[in-house]
Design a protein. Structure first.
Length: 346
């Protein structure tokens, strides 16, 4: 039994989780949860024992100095609580860590034990994958669930994916079997500019999370970072004619695929979403204070600091072989990267 001390009774709690590694292209998902923790000043109340779940030759600990004293930070998964006030207060339980190297079933059971003790009503898991999507268009974010009723009531896709999966897929299925409603939100990151950070994908995930939970998330500098990121990629892609031509091909394919969506019903749905975001604008933020995912607003920024200027886009032919591509209607999966490509499971 998990004993939680010092954690107050939570109001309508929702657990939001993200894991670095296989399911986190461009670090978009883990950065989104980190943003929530930072903006709402989350308080860490638990950390899983690193010895139980991580291979330290894959995810190495780090050594640092604290007032001249050497200390070690071990790779792990931490849980924190953020309290959201306002007219409709709601609390979030944030789970942020690294995809475990082993004992995935025990890992998920421990996360679910915390969810049960805290009275979590729903689990939302964020992920990001590499896809054939142009950086100049809004970031596609798909919401999937294994629960047919949840798919119907929350306008989500019922996953039909079959194939290799990561901890996001395993945790979602564990929630389903435990009777806990679970949703996965996936952002598609352009595979030709996959290096982190990707603030545009992070912003898209947070906007979709707002819609899902009916919250207003303080975005801080993310809208500026997203525009600066796109401007930087525009400039770098323009320097390589092959990459520029490839991006244009992706744009044409994307626009053609979305033509059937330009219906009256789709336009009305997007307008309703826009009005909802106007209504939740807070002090110091103008109505509709969310960045447009497409980055259409002209924006100039000195990117000489390098903080938001991405590395040079990879040529299309440089994409890693064997990158899995989700089929239409399937749950997206981020391709494996690094030495933990085939994590073992107990």
């Amino acid at each position: 039994m998990i004993e939680l001390e010092g954690v107050p009774e939570l109001v309508d709690p929702v657990m939001v989780a993200a894991f670095e590694g296989w399911n986190d292209a461009g670090d978009a998902a883990s950065t989104a949860v980190g943003h929530l923790d930072r903006e709402w000043k989350g308080e860490v109340f638990a950390a899983l024992d690193a010895e139980d779940y991580y291979d330290f030759q894959v995810n190495r600990p780090t050594v640092w100095l604290d007032g001249g004293v050497r200390k070690i930070t071990w790779p792990t998964t931490r849980l924190s609580v953020v309290r959201i006030g306002g007219e409709k207060p709601r609390d979030l339980v944030l789970v942020r860590g690294i995809e475990p190297s082993m004992r995935w079933r025990s890992f998920c059971n421990e996360i679910l034990g915390f969810a049960h003790e805290l009275g979590v009503e729903m689990v939302v898991i964020l992920g990001a994958l590499l896809g054939d999507t142009p950086h100049t268009r809004p970031v596609p974010v798909s919401g999937v669930t294994s629960d047919p009723d949840l798919a119907r009531t929350m306008d989500l896709e019922e996953t039909k994916y079959e194939g290799p999966t990561g901890i996001v897929g395993i945790l979602q299925e564990a929630c389903t079997h435990a009777g806990v409603p679970a949703v996965s939100l996936w952002a598609a990151v352009p595979h030709y500019v996959s290096q982190p950070p990707n603030p545009k994908a992070t912003l898209a995930l947070l906007n979709r999370l707002e819609d899902l939970l009916g919250l207003r998330i303080p975005l801080g500098e993310l809208p500026e970072d997203a525009r600066a990121w796109q401007l930087g990629v525009d400039q770098l892609a323009a320097e390589d004619s092959e990459v520029a031509e490839y991006v244009q091909t992706l744009e044409e394919a994307r626009d053609t695929a979305e033509l059937p969506e330009a219906s009256g019903e789709a336009i009305a749905r997007e307008f309703e979403r826009y009005l909802r975001r106007r209504d939740v604008g807070g002090p110091g933020q103008p109505p509709g204070g969310h960045a447009t995912e497409g980055g259409d607003v002209p924006y100039l920024r000195d990117t000489s600091s390098g903080r938001t200027r991405p590395p040079k886009p990879q040529r299309p032919e440089a994409e890693r072989p064997g990158t899995p591509r989700p089929k239409d209607g399937d749950e997206p999966e981020d391709p494996p990267t690094g030495p933990d490509e085939n994590p073992s499971e107990d």
